[in-house]
Write a protein that binds this ligand. Sequence first.
Ligand code: SF4
Length: 451
Amino acid sequence: MTTTLPTPPKIGMVSLGCPKALVDSERILTKLRADGYQLSGDYADADVVLVNTCGFLDSAKEESLEAIGEAIAENGRVIVTGCMGNEADVIRARFPDVLAVTGPHQYEAVVGAVHEAAPPVPSPFLDLVPEAGLKLTPRHYSYLKISEGCNHRCAFCIIPSIRGDLASRRPDAILREAEKLVAAGTRELLVISQDTSAYGLDLRHQSWPWKGGEVRAHMTDLARELGRLGTADRPVWVRLHYVYPYPHVDQVIPLMADGLVTPYLDIPFQHASPKVLKAMRRPANDAKVLERIRAWRAIAPDLAIRSSFVVGFPGETEADFQYLLDWLDEAQLDRVGAFRFEPVEGAAANALPDPVPEEVKEERYQRLMDKTAAISAAKLKARIGRTLPVIIDEVDEEGGANGRSQADAPEIDGQVLLRDAAGLKPGDIVPVLIEDADAHDLFGVPSGPAI
Ligand code: SF4
């Protein structure tokens, strides 16, 4: 049976006003793209239209009101944001049907209004952000999308046919957005794309002026400059997702050792058997990857590697699967997610011979999960007695708190559960003495002041 994909809601955007308003629009759209929305170039095709207004001069206000009127007439489902949002009464008096009015820089409110007007349709085959993360991310961590699309053609994936080839954002635009996020309280930037290591290839890794110097459209430069947005008093964690192990990934490991970039790599290996990887048409399918993981850990010993794997890909034999289990014994990955292969409408893999029976997929899935849970449990146990920086996500009324170590991305990895955490607040980064561990989470107590 082939899985049919949901159609994501489409957003239309009319952006008026100064360059600052344009950056706001870009930021709102980036967030909506990260949440799985598509953009629409015309009114008729959009499920909802956002009008980012300007209220600086009377003429600009009139232009904004006209734009709202046009969007109402052409589409009918309109959300207003931006500077004129401060005059919600004026807008509502003239256009009682607008769905929501939010003011300037109220990103969370406007994205929330879009979620309400046209709820996103989660799809594990398309989303970069986990389903639980589709709710508005708390202010202290933010997803930062650096590119769209992908140049690879993995046999099980339909992303390139839907999102097109790699299209990277300019590094200065990404850094400006990140700077604003940090100014608004973000302590952790989650860098996402379909292929983070390929960032800037389409821009020929050109340089742009940035803070009196230059920044290349390249993963290494971008990661370094993002890390520099933090200070010793107020560090900002920079977490890299969807990294393929191309040779230049070696260059970001020293940045992790220096504390500029969080020692964490999310590398979707998907398999280890060379035969299956070839059939999957995976990029950076290098037999030497185990050696490189060892070399990375020699430089950044706390490096946590997260990955995902597909079991039961067409043609996967017991020997291929055993190869994967043995490889995992060597690789000692910190966090692993697994999927049973599923044919997705439009994927090239659907035509491959030798499908794996469902019960075999299930059995392999269980064996993989047992193996990776045992590796995770041993790795977490080794942290007992250490003091680790922890970012606080939630505090409760009984003096407890939930947070995450640098090895844990929100929504997909484990947690650090704290006792005696009164006085802490979400976004604080605090040293925590680790007292206990289970297969997925750590338990501890704050051992110093929060920063
Ligand atoms: S690298 Fe492969 S799996 Fe990832 S988006 Fe590109 S084609 Fe799809």
